[in-house]
Design a protein around this ligand. Structure first.
Ligand SMILES: [Zn+2]
Length: 380
C-alpha cells in the first residue's frame, strides 16, 4: 500500500432541515459580506433560496447575488462574477446549487489577485490565496462539495479543463437530501452515473490498497441500489440521503486513498465532448464513454477489472460486467452511444484534438490518437 496524506477540512452538515444553519456558520467564521452564487432559479422553486435568505438575514449578513451559472459553467460568466465580487468587496462566497455552481465559485475564489483565472487551469499560476467558500448542495453528482477540484469551460478555446488547490475545499457544506426529491429522473440518473464514474476512475488504479478497493466497490454497489430505488420512487428520502452521501464519498478522498491519483481518461474524453457541445450533460457523456473505455483497456490490467465485474456487477467476466452496466444505464434512461447524444463519426478528429490539447491522459496504458479513435468507435 502506497504512503499517503489524507486531509479533508470540509465540515459537512447533513440531513433534513439543515439549510437554516448557514447564516450561523458564516457568522461564526467571521464573515458578514458575501457573494451568493446560483444557477437558473430552481432554488427559488424548491424553497432553498428562501431558507438561505432567511438564515443570512437573521445573522445580519450582507448578500450580493449573482445568478445564471449554467451547467458546464463558463470562464466568461466566472469573470463577470469575479468582477462583481471584487466591486462589492465580498469576504466569502456562498455557492447554492450543484457542481456547476460550486466549481464556478471555486474558480472565482482562487482568482483573488490573479488577473486571468484561466492561467490557473493552464497550470501557469499556482493560487496563493482564496476567498473562503461555503456550499448549500442541491444536486448530488460531482462531489465538488467536499473536495479541492473544479472544472470550467473556456468556450472560445473549446477547452473544458480542471484545476485542484487545497485552498478551495469548502469551509462548510450543507447537504439536505430532501431538497433533491423533486429532481427530474434524468438528473438523478446523471448524478448516479457521474458518482459511479468517480469511483471507477480511482478503483481501476487499485493494486494492494485492499481497504480502499473494498470501500470503493461497496459505495459503487450502494449507488446502483439507491438509484434503482429512486428510479421507481423519487420521493424515497432514505434512498436520496444514502445516494447523496455516496456521491460525496465518491470524490472526497476516502475512496481514492493510495490509488495513485486515479485514472481519469474517461473524464478527460467526456470533457472534450461537452466542450464541443455544452448541451451534453457530464453524466450522459460518461455513460456513453465508460463502457467503451473499459472494453478497450481491461486486458492491460485484467485482475482489477475482473474483480469489479464480480464484486460490483455480480458477473463472471469483464465484458459481462460492462454489459450489465450498460443495461443498467439504459434502464435509468441514460444514453449509451455517441449517436444518442448527437455526435457523428466526422466529429472524432475534433474530439481527439481537444483531448490532446489537454494532454494529461492514459495511465493504465498510454493512449495515442489511434487508441482514442478506437474508444470513440466502441462508444459509437
Ligand atoms: Zn465527473
Amino acid at each position: 500500500m502506497d504512503n499517503f496524506t489524507f486531509h479533508n477540512p470540509t465540515k459537512i452538515i447533513f440531513g433534513k432541515n439543515t439549510i437554516g444553519n448557514i447564516g450561523e456558520e458564516i457568522k461564526k467564521a467571521g464573515y458578514s459580506r458575501i457573494l451568493l452564487l446560483a444557477g437558473s432559479g430552481s432554488i427559488k422553486a424548491n424553497g432553498v433560496y428562501s431558507q438561505v435568505q432567511h438564515s443570512l438575514f437573521k445573522h445580519n449578513i450582507e448578500v450580493f447575488e449573482f445568478w445564471d451559472v449554467r451547467p458546464n459553467p463558463t470562464l466568461e460568466h466566472a469573470l463577470l462574477a469575479k468582477k462583481y465580487a471584487a466591486d462589492n468587496k465580498v469576504e466569502a462566497i456562498l455557492a447554492v446549487g450543484g457542481g456547476s455552481v460550486i466549481d464556478e465559485a471555486k474558480s472565482i475564489a482562487v482568482s483573488v489577485g490573479i488577473p486571468n483565472i484561466w492561467d490557473v487551469f493552464e497550470q501557469k499560476v499556482v493560487p496563493q490565496k482564496a476567498l473562503p467558500l461555503f456550499v448549500i448542495l442541491t444536486l448530488s453528482a460531482t462531489g465538488s462539495e467536499m473536495n479541492s477540484f473544479a472544472v470550467l469551460s473556456n468556450e472560445k478555446e473549446l477547452k473544458k479543463w480542471s484545476f485542484g488547490s487545497p485552498l478551495v475545499f469548502p469551509k462548510v457544506t450543507i447537504i439536505d437530501p430532501a431538497v433533491q426529491m423533486s429532481l427530474p429522473k434524468r438528473q438523478t440518473a446523471n448524478g448516479g452515473v457521474d458518482s459511479l464514474s468517480h469511483l471507477m476512475e480511482n478503483y481501476f488504479m487499485g493494486i494492494d490498497a485492499e481497504v480502499t478497493i473494498a470501500v470503493n466497490e461497496s459505495v459503487q454497489r450502494t449507488i446502483i441500489s439507491q438509484i434503482d430505488k429512486l428510479h421507481s420512487e423519487p420521493y424515497d428520502y432514505n434512498a436520496r440521503a444514502n445516494f447523496a452521501w455516496c456521491s460525496t464519498l465518491a470524490l472526497n478522498g476516502v475512496t481514492s486513498v493510495s490509488m495513485s491519483g486515479g485514472e481519469w481518461t474517461t473524464h478527460g474524453l467526456e470533457h472534450a465532448l461537452s466542450a464541443i457541445n455544452p448541451n451534453v450533460a457530464h453524466g450522459e457523456g460518461l455513460s456513453v464513454l465508460f463502457p467503451a473505455w473499459i472494453t478497450y483497456v481491461f486486458k492491460s490490467k485484467e485482475f482489477i477489472f475482473e474483480r469489479w465485474a464480480k464484486n460490483v456487477w455480480n458477473t463472471n467476466s469483464v465484458l459481462d460486467g460492462v454489459q450489465a452496466m450498460k443495461d443498467k444505464f439504459k434502464e435509468w434512461g441514460s444514453p449509451i452511444t455517441l449517436k444518442e447524444i448527437g455526435f457523428d463519426k466526422s466529429d472524432f478528429s475534433k474530439i481527439i484534438k481537444c483531448v490532446q490539447d489537454y494532454g494529461r491522459l492514459g495511465r493504465i496504458i498510454k493512449l495515442d490518437t489511434s487508441d482514442f479513435y478506437e474508444i470513440l468507435n466502441l462508444a459509437y
